[in-house]
Structure formats: structure tokens, C-alpha cells
Design a binder for this molecule. Structure first.
Ligand code: GNR
Ligand code: NI
Length: 190
């Protein structure tokens, strides 16, 4: 088992569209194990492969987990999860994301969803979820399509949080500057 690094805004890989897995084999199962370990360590209640910079349609969820109890109560793994049905009824939940640390906002989504997926043995299942599990499934499946929870809030709030993370990345020097200082972009080539 191994902890993987969780990427954060403004990493462009969070916007990747992820590829379906052809089948759940031992390599996919090993990845699911690493993802659960990484999720519990964070700690979080869900994790998508996109968040560890792997563009595959794999998510893990444990909504039974307690903050003060690292033991896994109910680890769930899903390959190629698909929303087959969503309720007209909506619910609002204060969401957070391990890729957008320390930012929380209310998000309105369908209250119930039916999801098809492959389990760790490559067997197909369908589940109907409500409550926090329905919210988390939608949040994680969004990640597989390059969608973040801030895409469901007002543009004003979204732009504000994106800017904050862009500025922080530049301050930390973890991002290259747009261009080298002292070289005007329209300087003619020698
Ligand atoms: O840990 C997480 N908590 C959470 C809370 C409300 C709605 C969704 C989530 S998922 C999040 C972990 C994460 O970023 N998964 O992609
Ligand atoms: Ni997230």
C-alpha cells in the first residue's frame, strides 16, 4: 500500500476527462487500495483517481468514517461509475474538496441518484443512494469529468476561490511564472 499525493487547485489535471477502465484487474484493485489509504489519511469521505493525477474513472468513498477513527467502517470502491437516474428533488449540503483545501460552500444537487458501476471483482452493480452518499457520489463522478464542486456555485464565489489558489501557487513558487521577467512578450526574435 502507498499514500499518493493529492493535487490541488490550480493544477490543470483536475480538469482532465478521465478514461474508463477496460476491466477491474489486479492493477486497478491495487490503485483502489492506495486511494482508500490516501483518502483515510487526508482525511476525506471520498477520493477520485483524478485527484491523484490518474485520469481513470475510479472513485472510492467511505461516508461512515469518523474524523477521530481512522478505521475504515465501510470502504466502497467504484470503477466506471455512471449516474443512471437523478431525482427531481434536490438537497443542499456544505461541500469541501481535498483538492480545494479549507474552502466550503453549500451545493445544491439531486437528492437521490441511481449509479451503475463495476466493483472490485469486475462485477456490475446498481445502487440507489440518498443523503451524504448521493452527494459524495455526484461530487466524485464530477471529478472524473473534470468538474469541481465550485462549478456548482456562483461565478463570483468560484472566480474568487480560483484566484486565491492561483495567487498562493505563485507565492509558493510551485508554479512557473507566465513568462521570464525582463523579456517583453513582443520582443522580436534575434
Ligand atoms: O472529504 C470530502 N468531504 C466532502 C464533503 C461534502 C461533500 C463532498 C465531499 S468529498 C470530500 C473529499 C473529496 O474531495 N473528494 O473528491
Ligand atoms: Ni473532491
Amino acid at each position: 500500500m502507498a499514500l499518493r499525493t493529492i493535487i490541488t487547485l490550480p493544477d490543470p489535471r483536475l480538469r482532465n476527462i478521465c478514461e474508463p477502465v477496460p476491466e477491474v484487474d489486479s492493477a486497478v484493485r491495487a490503485l483502489m487500495t492506495d486511494m482508500l489509504e490516501t483518502m483515510y489519511d487526508a482525511p476525506g469521505i471520498g477520493l477520485a483517481a483524478a485527484q491523484i493525477a490518474i485520469p481513470k474513472r475510479i472513485i472510492v468513498i467511505d461516508v461512515a468514517k469518523r474524523k477521530d477513527d481512522s478505521a475504515s467502517a465501510d470502504p466502497m470502491v467504484f470503477a466506471n461509475p455512471e449516474i443512471l437516474w437523478a431525482s427531481e428533488e434536490t438537497s443542499s449540503y456544505e461541500e469541501g474538496c481535498l483538492s480545494i483545501p479549507e474552502y466550503y460552500e453549500e451545493v445544491i444537487r439531486p437528492a437521490r441518484v441511481r449509479v451503475g458501476y463495476l466493483d472490485r471483482d469486475n462485477k456490475r452493480h446498481e445502487i440507489e443512494a440518498d443523503g451524504i452518499l448521493a452527494t459524495c457520489l455526484q461530487h466524485e463522478i464530477d471529478h472524473l469529468n473534470g468538474v469541481l464542486f465550485i462549478d456548482h456555485i456562483s461565478k463570483l464565489k468560484r472566480d474568487r476561490v480560483i484566484k486565491k489558489f492561483q495567487k498562493a501557487a505563485k507565492r509558493d513558487g510551485s508554479e512557473k511564472p507566465d513568462r521570464k521577467p525582463g523579456l517583453p512578450k513582443d520582443m522580436p526574435a534575434a
